[in-house]
Design a protein around this ligand. Sequence first.
Ligand SMILES: *[C@@H]1O[C@H](CO)[C@@H](O)[C@H](O)[C@H]1NC(C)=O
Ligand SMILES: *[C@@H]1O[C@H](CO)[C@@H](O)[C@H](O)[C@H]1NC(C)=O
Ligand SMILES: *[C@@H]1O[C@H](CO)[C@@H](O)[C@H](O)[C@H]1NC(C)=O
Ligand SMILES: *[C@@H]1O[C@H](CO)[C@@H](O)[C@H](O)[C@H]1NC(C)=O
Ligand SMILES: *[C@@H]1O[C@H](CO)[C@@H](O)[C@H](O)[C@H]1NC(C)=O
Ligand SMILES: *[C@@H]1O[C@H](CO)[C@@H](O)[C@H](O)[C@H]1NC(C)=O
Length: 336
Amino acid sequence: MAIDPADTRKQWLLSRDECRCCCSSTRPKILLSIAALALLVTAAVVIGASVGATRASARNHRHKRSSNAATFDENYNISWSGDHVRLLNGGLLADILLDKQSGAEFGSKRSYLFGHLKMQMKLVANDSAGTVTAFYMASHTENRDEFDFEFLGNRSGQPYALQTNIYVNGTGGREQRILLWFDPSLDYHTYSVLWNQYQVIFFVDDTPVRVFRNNSHLGVPYAFSQPMRIFGSMWNGEQWATVGGLEKTNWNYAPFIASFQDFAIDGCDPSSSPGDPGFCFSSGNRNHWWDEEKYRVLDVGQLDNLGSIVRNYTIYDYCTDTKRYSPVPPECGANP
Ligand SMILES: *[C@@H]1O[C@H](CO)[C@@H](O)[C@H](O)[C@H]1NC(C)=O
Ligand SMILES: *[C@@H]1O[C@H](CO)[C@@H](O)[C@H](O)[C@H]1NC(C)=O
Ligand SMILES: *[C@@H]1O[C@H](CO)[C@@H](O)[C@H](O)[C@H]1NC(C)=O
Ligand SMILES: *[C@@H]1O[C@H](CO)[C@@H](O)[C@H](O)[C@H]1NC(C)=O
Ligand SMILES: *[C@@H]1O[C@H](CO)[C@@H](O)[C@H](O)[C@H]1NC(C)=O
Ligand SMILES: *[C@@H]1O[C@H](CO)[C@@H](O)[C@H](O)[C@H]1NC(C)=O
């Protein structure tokens, strides 16, 4: 079913800029205090800089996942509504609860510039309409850079939608939506972003679902200077999330629960090498695995997969929304 464009425009306004965790009273205060603490924390991190346990090094990162199990506390802390986060299994697992009072959010303790940033998630089962569960990275600066996965719940038996968005230097409005081709509440799936000097790839498990290339040559800004924290969250988005806001949250099923695991982080933390501004950039004999040749463009198989995902499952794409953008942004005409 197509979304009415008039509705979608309203949704975008709500979804991102007013309603992140939103439509809730506690959230803005917390954001402010995070911002206020940012300088302090940066200073503390620089002074206390021990080399990050999460610094990227491994070429064979995929094979290290299981031996690399990190607990929540090693890399993350709670940034909103701690009484709605439940750590289980010695911290290897985190549940976020959403009820009428609140949702919740956690974020990485460190910030990262480039890497393969991932999370395993099992989403709210059954009637999840109105709920929004997110995995995202954000710089939380005035000219923010941000990469978003937002999972929009649905009535029992109806498909979840995955909305992705990209902010660069303060400008977002790059929403794309696909229906998920599996039930994301049955099992853990890995959602990740590979972010290097050449491209940002959004993956669902091993399948690329979106690519945002470094199109500097077309005048499209590219995210390369602002480290980002990594976040997991869930909140009530019933005003816009499901069928354009027509389907509301059914609180009889609360608390809604989404589960997160795999808290190891494979990214570059620039503050672990203060005084070396090029630390996160590969050049000369400094190589980060994600900048290797094979990660600079999608290979033929990946392009094929991306193509069929986009063709089969897209329900909204800012690049084809000519009522909203005319002409469409320059990155829309570029090759993936
Ligand atoms: C969590 O980590 C962030 C980033 O390091 C920091 O700004 C914040 O103060 C920490 N919050 C708590 C509750 O420790
Ligand atoms: C979802 O619904 C099924 C069938 O009604 C039920 O067995 C299951 O316990 C429900 N799961 C949750 C998480 O509520
Ligand atoms: C980011 O945006 C600001 C204005 O908001 C502009 O002055 C600056 O040049 C931009 N930076 C880049 C790298 O595009
Ligand atoms: C993006 O590509 C341009 C060349 O098109 C290059 O000069 C720039 O360094 C690239 N950005 C990053 C972050 O590597
Ligand atoms: C929910 O299900 C309806 C009906 O199948 C569909 O149109 C819609 O795109 C689905 N997802 C969301 C988030 O609304
Ligand atoms: C997309 O649809 C085509 C047929 O229309 C099918 O052959 C293909 O397997 C589908 N791809 C995915 C990823 O579901």
